[in-house]
Design a protein around this ligand. Structure first.
Ligand code: SF4
Length: 410
């Protein structure tokens, strides 16, 4: 393997929220994209949690309409990983997504072409401290550039990225990652090599429209691994026309096989702890990590701040604990199997993990406490009645989004 190319670092998300550095000497993050409608808040969050449990570090959601931006205002405070809004055509939706609280944007320079609009988005991102990915795509290259270069050649893809970067520099904005994706693997490899010689920004690697397995399974590693072996690349998306969880697993496994990420035993995920949290999630997550970390338990374990949404959001995890009303709800694959006093949550989590390792998930589900689900439902209903449905004040953001995201024709 070649030495990794030296790049500047950008930070996607700010502590204490979910935060992932990209570039520099940071571990290489895996990215993926939801396939749900972003306006479907619960469905999108369930997919985000599934992706996080599969080893995905950053998730992108489309922001293609005002309802999607409004959905993001509700999704972001409850997501365990930073959210990037994917923007095509309407710069106003980029402004709306930032208002919704996303941790970064992806702009397609082939689809938003007015310099003034691009600069307005960059200015706003700079004021808010958010990075932007310039996401050039061979399939939607600016027609001017395609004509100048005789098609979507590697040089044309890089020229598109450079033009966008020049607009950003005019407003003194350089907090940027770049991708130059193509479905043709040879074009993609040459474009990234050229880009790596031209800029020191972190590069997001991907082969676009890779298609379903088996060809899709081969194209991404052919392109991504070739570049990684040359030291090029700071984050990856392993595109597959399949369940995005498969993408995340494949991406993670590719990085592990190249020695760029550590193999995981215990996979502990925790919610970011929004306005609904009934417990100090960071402390419980740290206690759970300390109690389970050395036990070589290859389970996905979720620590969730509330019983209202916790078991549902983390239903892809093998095991989890959600806090509420002085009690902990222990759940297995989203089903509440036991309700325990708050002070015993971590102990109960360890005991249940050991039972799963000895007896298997089905046996643990079959011996769930009678009445655990009913007790959980009662706690959930009481908390909802007390807290109301808008604990994260998404309604205020949504009102502002409605003022920003007036639909435009393009
Ligand atoms: Fe989700 Fe509840 Fe955690 Fe908020 S406190 S992020 S709603 S699990």
């Amino acid at each position: 393997m070649f030495e990794p190319r030296k790049t500047r670092q950008v930070l996607v998300g700010r502590p204490p929220g979910p935060s992932v550095p990209v570039g520099g000497d940071a571990p290489m993050p895996v990215q993926s994209m939801t396939t749900t409608k972003t306006a479907d808040v619960e469905g999108t969050l369930a997919q985000i949690y599934g992706l996080a449990a599969a080893g995905c570090d950053i998730v992108r959601c489309t922001c293609n309409e005002e309802a999607a931006a409004e959905g993001l205002a509700q999704i972001v405070p409850r997501s365990p990983v930073p959210i990037i809004a994917d923007i095509h055509f309407q710069y106003r939706l980029a402004l709306a997504a930032m208002e919704a609280g996303v941790q970064a944007l992806r702009l397609n320079p082939g689809n938003i072409r007015k310099a003034e609009h691009i600069k307005q988005v960059a200015r706003e991102a700079k004021d808010r401290g958010l990075p932007i990915r310039i996401g050039v795509n061979a399939g939607s290259l600016d027609p001017d550039i395609a004509a100048q270069y005789g098609g979507a050649t590697p040089e044309a893809l890089v020229a598109s990225a450079e033009r966008e970067l020049a607009y950003f520099r005019e407003v003194d904005f350089e907090d940027v990652k770049i991708s130059v994706k193509a479905s043709n693997v040879a074009t993609m490899i040459d474009a990234y090599r050229l880009l790596a010689d031209t800029v020191d920004h972190p590069l997001h690697l991907g082969v676009t429209e890779a298609g379903p397995p088996p060809a899709g399974l081969v194209k991404s590693p052919a392109g991504i691994a070739t570049l990684l072996a040359e030291g090029i690349g700071d984050t990856i998306r392993y595109s597959l026309t399949a369940d995005p969880v498969e993408e995340a697993r494949s991406g993670r496994s590719l990085l592990e096989s190249l020695g760029l990420r550590e193999r995981k035993g215990l996979d502990l995920i925790a919610c970011p702890s929004c306005g609904r949290a009934e417990v100090d999630v960071i402390k419980v997550a740290n206690d759970a990590q300390a109690a389970l970390g050395d036990r070589q338990i290859p389970l996905q374990v979720a620590v969730m701040g509330c019983v209202v949404n916790g078991p549902g959001e983390a239903r892809e995890a093998d095991l989890g604990i959600a806090a509420g009303r002085g009690r902990g709800h222990l759940f297995v694959k989203g089903q509440v199997v036991r309700v325990v006093p708050e002070g015993e949550m971590v102990e109960a989590l360890v005991a249940e993990a050991e039972r799963i390792m000895e007896e298997g998930i089905d046996a643990v589900l079959a011996s769930a406490d009678a009445g655990a689900e009913a007790a959980a439902a009662a706690d959930r209903a009481e908390l909802l009645a007390e807290q109301g449905s808008d604990v994260n004040h998404a309604g205020t953001k949504i009102d502002r989004i409605r003022g920003i995201a007036t639909p435009e024709t393009h």
